[in-house]
Design a protein around this ligand. Structure first.
Ligand code: ZN
Length: 350
C-alpha cells in the first residue's frame, strides 16, 4: 500500500482538528452546566465544605498544575510530526489543552452543594479525583526522570556530523523515544533530519527527496577515525514508499575509532563519497552527502556506535555517545552545552 507525505500530513492535521473540537466542546458544555447551577456552588471554605472536600479539591488542583507542566511531555512525543504537518492544528490543540486545564483549575477551587451533601457522591468524586490527580502528577514528575543517559565517563565523545539546525527524530536511551533501542547494536542510535528556517523538514510539497533540506547535505566525520567499510550504489527511495528492508542501511560508511568502537553513518546519497578505504579521517572532514537510501521513509541521517565492526552484528552492543559542544533546544530555548546528549525532538546545531 502506498502512503505519501501529503496524505499523512492531512490525516494528522484532520485528527488534531477533530480531537481539538471534541475536547473544546466537552469543556464548554461543562462550563455552561456549572454556570447554570452557579447559585448552589461556592468557593471551597471550611465552614461550608469541610476539610475532606477541601483536601480532595486541592489535590486535584495540584494534579492539574502538574498536567499544565506536563504538556511539554506531550510535546516530546508528538512534536516529531510537527515538521511534516501544518502548524495551525498543532498550536490550536495546545491552546485547547491549556484552556481546559486552566478552566478545571479554577473550577476545582469551587464545590457544588450536591457534592458537599451526599456521602456516595462525595466518595465517587473522591475516587475519580484521586485517580486523576495522581495520574497527572505521575506523568509530570515521574516520566521526565526516565529521560536519563549514561554518564560522561561511559560515553564516547563526538562532534556533530552535520552543520545547520537539525532535529533528533529518534534518540535517547528509552524505547519510547528511540525505536532503535529495540536492537542491541543500535541501542543509542540517532536519526536526524535537517530543518529549514520555518522549522520544517522540506520545501515545496515534500513529495520528492530533493524537497528535503537533509537531502544532499554534507556529512562530516564526528571524530578522528579510520574508514574500514563503504557501501555505495543503492538508489534514492521514494518518500514514504520505498523502504529497502533487505539493505536497511543503504549507502553507509563504517569508521573505526578503536578496537572496540565502530561508528556507522547510514542512508547516504549514492556516489557521493569523498573518502577512501583505509583513510584516517580528522574530526570535521567531509565524508559524503546525506540521502534517502536503504530502509528510509524520507531523507535523514542515521548514526550509531557499537563494539563490533560489522554493522548490526547481533552479538554487538550499542555504545552511548555524547557531543562535545553544541547548542540544543529541548523545549523552549536554545542552550549552549558541553558533553551533552540528545533525545527525541531535541533541535541542535553547532
Ligand atoms: Zn535510524
Amino acid at each position: 500500500m502506498e502512503k505519501n507525505l501529503a496524505q499523512f500530513s492531512e490525516t494528522y492535521s484532520q485528527g488534531l482538528w477533530i480531537a481539538s473540537f471534541i475536547f473544546l466542546a466537552v469543556a464548554l458544555l461543562r462550563l455552561f452546566s456549572v454556570l447554570k447551577t452557579k447559585s448552589s456552588r461556592h468557593w471551597i471554605h471550611p465552614a461550608k465544605t469541610g476539610w475532606f472536600v477541601i483536601a480532595i479539591k486541592l489535590l486535584f488542583f495540584v494534579g492539574l498544575l502538574a498536567f499544565l507542566a506536563d504538556i511539554p511531555i506531550w510535546f516530546f512525543t508528538v512534536a516529531q510530526f510537527r515538521p511534516i504537518a501544518p502548524k495551525l492544528p498543532y498550536w490550536f490543540f495546545i491552546f485547547v489543552m491549556v484552556y481546559i486545564t486552566v478552566q478545571e483549575m479554577i473550577l476545582s477551587l469551587t464545590a457544588s452543594q450536591a457534592l458537599v451533601d451526599g456521602f456516595v457522591k462525595r466518595m465517587v468524586f473522591f475516587l475519580i479525583s484521586v485517580f486523576c490527580s495522581f495520574s497527572f502528577i505521575l506523568a509530570a514528575f515521574i516520566v521526565p526522570t526516565t529521560y536519563t543517559y549514561p554518564a560522561k565517563e561511559e560515553c564516547v565523545m563526538l562532534n556533530l556530523p552535520v552543520k545547520g539546525t537539525w532535529l533528533a527524530m529518534h534518540a535517547g536511551k528509552e524505547k519510547w523515544v528511540n525505536y532503535h533501542s529495540n536492537y542491541a547494536p543500535q541501542r543509542f542510535a540517532i536519526d536526524m533530519v535537517k530543518l529549514n528556517e520555518n522549522g520544517q523538514f522540506f520545501n515545496n510539497n515534500g513529495e520528492d527527496s530533493s524537497d528535503f533540506i537533509s537531502f544532499g547535505d554534507s556529512v562530516f566525520a564526528p571524530c578522528q577515525a579510520v574508514v574500514i567499510k563503504m557501501v555505495d550504489g543503492f538508489p534514492t527511495q521514494k518518500i514514504y514508499a520505498g523502504e529497502d528492508s533487505i539493505n536497511p542501511a543503504g549507502n553507509y560508511i563504517s569508521l573505526k575509532l578503536s578496537d572496540n568502537q565502530f561508528l556507522f553513518l547510514a542512508h547516504l546519497k549514492a556516489n557521493s563519497f569523498a573518502v577512501k578505504m583505509g583513510d584516517t579521517l580528522r574530526s570535521g572532514q567531509f565524508i559524503a552527502f546525506s540521502g534517502n537510501s536503504g530502509n528510509s521513509s524520507f531523507p535523514h541521517l542515521h548514526m550509531h556506535l557499537q563494539n563490533k565492526s560489522t554493522i548490526n552484528d547481533t552479538l554487538s552492543t550499542g555504545l552511548p555517545f555524547r557531543f562535545n559542544s553544541i547548542e540544543r533546544k529541548r523545549i523552549f530555548s536554545w542552550e549552549k552545552l558541553e558533553n551533552t546528549w540528545l533525545i527525541r525532538n531535541d533541535q541542535f546545531r553547532n
